[in-house]
Design a binder for this molecule. Structure first.
Ligand code: NAI
Ligand code: MG
Length: 337
């Protein structure tokens, strides 16, 4: 297996160092293609996602991505490399699972739910412009039937697969704001409902995004698979990750028909970079998702049980209530392996 490794900026570099060590233990023959991207790369080469990085990502069997630091002010020539990778490799499905850290009192053994976020269009289509000499800024929200259908299918397939694994009925929640965004989310809603109708074994419901945000915060256990558009999914999945222990625990997969990119949900975390306290668990769960996607299920299970054991008895990083550093957590996971 050839894995393209893109550490990026900030703590992306710190947590991917751990992820790579662990990957090499689980798959000793793995071939690693290191590639660069991000703000640091932009400052050195004038481009945030060099063509060589894109080529390495394309050539690999899977991509492991850390995090990049994107400035919030416009910088001429800078485009977010992760947004560009998702678009150029057509990684249309962003899969963001949350495993509840505090399990519900009703005893349901391990509860998890998944946000499936459309990854290529919506408000992140990159169609922004100014008019009126800069007094008006316009962002176009692009929703296509094609992208809505394939993300809905990915979500339904996932719900079906989870239902089989977990031995219960699958449930799909379609999240939109079609009462206000009648045209764009109207199309998303109608398409999602049409695709979901092909999966009669699933329980299907729809929720407006604001209510969905409240429910995700309040009663996460009512959800199984949520499918939604790009920006809504970005925000909802960050709310969701609170239940899993925060950003230091949240992993994600960006999947297309040809490629898969795995990354922690968090960013470059400039507030803690260099202090050696970044939680590597999100990056490690990204490795587990990568292994599972490549059908190395046994290795993924081994990693997850090592992580679970360490989470139970420590050491833990400060973001989840411990006082250990990245290296101590990494060593503990590796020792379990
Ligand atoms: P962030 O995710 O980097 O950090 C948010 C907060 O969570 C910070 O307090 C940080 O210390 C904490 N945190 C994040 N990951 C952690 C970990 N593994 N262990 C312990 N604490 C952790 O988001 P923020 O601060 O909004 O953005 C910082 C930079 O990252 C920005 O330039 C942004 O553009 C970029 N970013 C990149 C992403 C990506 O590459 N996919 C995603 C989100 C943000
Ligand atoms: Mg986000």
């Amino acid at each position: 297996m050839r894995v393209c490794v893109i550490p990026g900026d900030g703590i992306g570099v710190e947590v991917l160092a751990v992820a790579v060590r662990v990957l090499q233990i689980l798959r000793p023959g793995v071939e690693l293609l290191f590639a660069e991207a991000g703000w640091d790369t932009f400052q050195r080469h004038g481009v945030a996602l060099p063509a060589t990085t894109l080529a390495a990502a394309r050539a690999a069997d899977a991509i492991l991505f850390g995090a990049v630091a994107s400035p919030s002010h416009p910088v001429p020539g800078y485009r977010s490399p992760i947004v560009q990778l998702r678009r150029d490799l057509d990684l249309y499905a962003n899969i963001r699972p949350t495993q509840l850290r505090r399990q519900p009192p009703d005893g349901a053994a391990q509860y998890s739910f998944v946000v499936v976020r459309e990854n290529t269009e919506g408000l992140y289509a990159g169609r922004e412009r100014v008019e009126d000499d800069g007094a008006t800024a316009i962002a176009e929200r692009v929703i296509t039937r094609h992208a809505s259908a394939r993300i809905s299918r990915a979500a339904c397939d996932l719900a079906r697969q989870r239902a089989t694994t977990l031995g219960r009925r699958g449930r799909l929640t379609i999240v939109h704001k079609a009462n206000v965004l009648r045209v764009s989310d109207g199309l998303f809603r109608e398409t999602a409902l049409r695709v979901a109708a092909e999966y009669p074994e699933l329980e299907v419901e729809e929720l407006l995004v604001d209510v969905a945000a409240m429910r995700v915060a309040e009663t996460p256990t009512r959800f199984d698979v949520i499918v939604t558009t790009n920006l809504f999914g970005d925000i909802l999945s960050d709310i969701a990750c609170i239940h899993g222990g925060g950003l230091g625990m949240a992993a994600s997969a960006n999947l297309g028909d040809a490629h898969g990119l795995f990354e922690p949900v968090h960013g470059a975390a400039p507030d803690i970079v260099g202090r050696g306290i970044a939680n590597p668990m999100a990056a490690l769960e990204s490795v587990a998702m990568l292994l599972e996607w490549r059908s190395f299920t046994g290795e993924a299970e081994r990693l997850r049980s090592a992580m679970a054991a360490v989470l139970l008895v420590g050491p833990r990083t400060p973001d989840i209530g411990g006082d250990a550093g990245t290296a101590a957590v990494a060593d503990a996971v590796i020792e379990r392996l």
